[in-house]
Design a binder for this molecule. Structure first.
Ligand SMILES: Cc1cc2nc3c(=O)[nH]c(=O)nc-3n(C[C@H](O)[C@H](O)[C@H](O)COP(=O)(O)OP(=O)(O)OC[C@H]3O[C@@H](n4cnc5c(N)ncnc54)[C@H](O)[C@@H]3O)c2cc1C
Length: 566
């Protein structure tokens, strides 16, 4: 049986690549437990990850630093009496970087330990290179859209691209941002310690393979995450790949299956289809894009999936994926997600595994401080304080970013780091995660903050309040129409009794930039009745939100609270 096709112009009976879809064979259901630690390179476990000269400099720096650094390993159990640093951060991704910069601003003597390259997932294998690829895919899409160009009165001869040139753009951007992150920390006096960090006991961390120990009054774990690869899937890095490999753009397959339709899978579908691939989504849940507000998800499917060279199978698990070898294609065996019965076998050119991220907490020495992870994530309270196996807070130990699993986004990691620094410098601070926006950088973009409509309605029922919804279309926005980009919707979910914003969801041109008016309003506790009075420049896309807030029906008598802690 062939994969169901959502695209009417593609006949289900016509093979869509060099390879055909075949009926399936029975297979045992997989348990999604097998984690592969693709994020950290092999050198990450030693001392030499930044190249020889860097690692040499690092050794010298550590050796010449205070003698306290060479605390004996035998002294692990008891907390040290004096400290090398006020704050030590394990992991120099965006979370660690955000915390480090805020810490030095607050006057803390700060060090950051990195086992691989500075910048972590976001800079090297995530947000940054993926947005470089998406910048290319956006332009390619526009240049290939004859109808769109004609409406603007433009004529362009056939658009083309140089794969290596596109790959270089992504790689160069990552290098550039990595350098600026490193320089920003160095110039502000953050000590960058190269080596894998292992917690030996309270306030003590071993750095690298030697016996050297660094002590710190407070420690932040910011060790991030790596691609999660379910059991039964064999990644060869060439034909069966994760986002780590895909971002290098070593090939543009004719037909690629993307396993998982979350934001990472969706962004890659935008890139691959713009560059000429056909895509088949394999999604375990019954609908694509399960994380989005259902109404926005439906619209996104109508615009981002249906008219493109994308088909999909939902309610199925990829129970076994075998890389291409000896002229044979990649073979994907599918089982029904509920019954576990065999459903299909696909033969494709490549498969991208976008089934989520696994926390990277392996080898961190958590057993030395009696912390048990939950599916690999480090348990924390609302202040990012680490909770031990007995449910007690571990003094002076925090965990931020992907490693705690609260909200696996770059800016969330950084915000959590800043929040921790506020606390250790004497200001109590609880980050409101419902005010943190998220975005998917497809063309057009999707963004959101707060609750989806079903979540808001569930909460309203439990807590006994009313929920209202307002919507505006990009079709009524002058700037969007001038750009010939009227396809879009903004949706506001709110409390009509007091004007509180519960959630905002946007699908349309520059949605990722537009969401911040709503997220800042939630963070600052600004009510809709006050937002209605805000002035927006004309003609701008920001008027989409202006219209949205103005169309909300809030009871007049309710006044905005004066100040609400963020
Ligand atoms: C393809 C893709 C696209 C993405 N796009 C976006 C986006 O557009 N926007 C967004 O907000 N988020 C995006 N993300 C998610 C974002 O990259 C992560 O949420 C973010 O990087 C998490 O930051 P972090 O600091 O917690 O961890 P990481 O960035 O993973 O950094 C952790 C660092 O810790 C180091 N480390 C681990 N263990 C140790 C140890 N024991 N000792 C020393 N060092 C250690 C690692 O080498 C790594 O450098 C994307 C992710 C992917 C995969």
């Amino acid at each position: 049986m062939q994969a169901s096709l959502s695209l009417p112009t593609l006949s289900p009976t016509i093979p869509r690549s060099n390879y055909v879809v075949q009926s399936t064979l029975p297979l045992a259901p997989s348990k999604p437990i097998n984690l592969r630690f693709c994020g950290l390179r092999r050198e990450a476990f030693g001392f030499s990850s930044l190249g020889q000269s860097d690692s040499h400099r690092f050794r010298l720096a550590v050796a010449s630093r205070s003698k306290k650094v060479s605390t004996a390993l035998s002294d692990n159990g008891s907390p040290p009496k004096s400290f090398d640093y006020d704050l030590l951060i394990i992991g120099a991704g965006v979370g660690g970087h955000g915390a480090a910069l805020h810490a030095v601003e607050k006057g803390l003597k700060t060090a950051i330990v990195e086992g691989d390259v500075v910048g972590g997932t976001c800079v090297n294998r995530g947000c940054v290179p993926s947005k470089a690829l998406l910048a290319v895919s956006g332009r390619m899409r526009e240049l290939q859209n004859e109808h769109h160009l004609k409406a603007l009165g433009l004529q362009v001869s056939a658009a083309g691209y140089d794969r290596q040139g596109v790959a270089d753009h992504a790689n160069n951007l990552a290098s550039k941002i990595r350098s600026s992150l490193t320089n920003s920390m160095k110039s502000l006096g953050v000590d960058i310690l190269t080596g894998f960090g292992t917690i030996l006991g309270p306030q003590k961390v071993k750095v690298g393979a030697s016996d050297k120990v660094v002590t710190a009054k407070n420690i932040i774990i910011a060790t991030g995450s790596v691609p999660f690869v379910p059991k039964g899937i064999e990644v060869d890095g060439k034909t069966v790949i994760t986002s780590d490999h895909a971002l290098k753009l070593e090939s543009v397959p004719d037909w690629i299956a993307i396993v998982g339709s979350g934001y990472i899978g969706l962004e890659f579908s935008d890139v691959y289809t713009a560059l000429g691939s056909e895509v088949t989504f394999i999604e375990a849940l019954d609908q694509l894009m399960p994380g989005f507000d259902p109404e926005i998800g439906k619209l996104a499917q109508r615009v981002l999936i249906n008219p493109r060279r994308i088909d999909y199978q939902t309610g199925v698990f990829a129970s076994k994926i075998t890389p291409a070898k000896d002229g044979k294609p990649v073979i994907i065996e599918l089982i029904d997600a509920k019954t576990k019965e065999p459903r299909d076998t696909l033969e494709v050119d490549a498969a991208l595994i976008a089934t989520g991220r696994a926390p990277f907490t392996h080898g961190l020495g958590l057993e030395n401080i009696d912390v048990a992870t939950q599916r690999g994530f480090i348990p924390v309270d609302e202040r990012m304080r680490v909770i031990d196996a007995n449910g007690k807070l571990v003094p002076h130990l925090f965990c931020i970013g992907d490693a705690n699993g609260k909200m696996m986004l770059a800016h969330a990691a950084s915000a959590q780091g800043i929040s921790v620094v506020e606390q250790v410098t004497g200001r109590d601070h609880v980050l409101n995660h419902l005010s943190i926006p998220a975005a998917c950088f497809t063309h057009p973009e999707i963004s959101m903050v707060g609750l989806t409509e079903p979540q808001a309605r569930e909460m309203a029922e439990k807590e006994g309040f009313e929920v209202s919804v307002a919507k505006t279309s990009f079709k009524a926005n002058t700037k969007a129409l001038a750009e010939n980009e009227g396809e879009g919707l903004a949706k506001l979910i709110y409390r009509p009794d007091n004007g509180e914003i519960l959630g905002v969801h946007i699908f349309g041109l520059h949605a990722a930039d537009l969401i911040h008016e709503a997220s800042n309003a939630i963070a600052l506790g600004t009510r809709i009745q006050d937002l209605k009075l805000a002035v927006h420049a004309h003609p701008t896309l920001s008027e989409v939100l202006d219209e949205l807030f103005k169309s909300a029906k809030v009871k007049e008598h309710v006044s905005s609270p004066q100040a609400v802690a963020v």
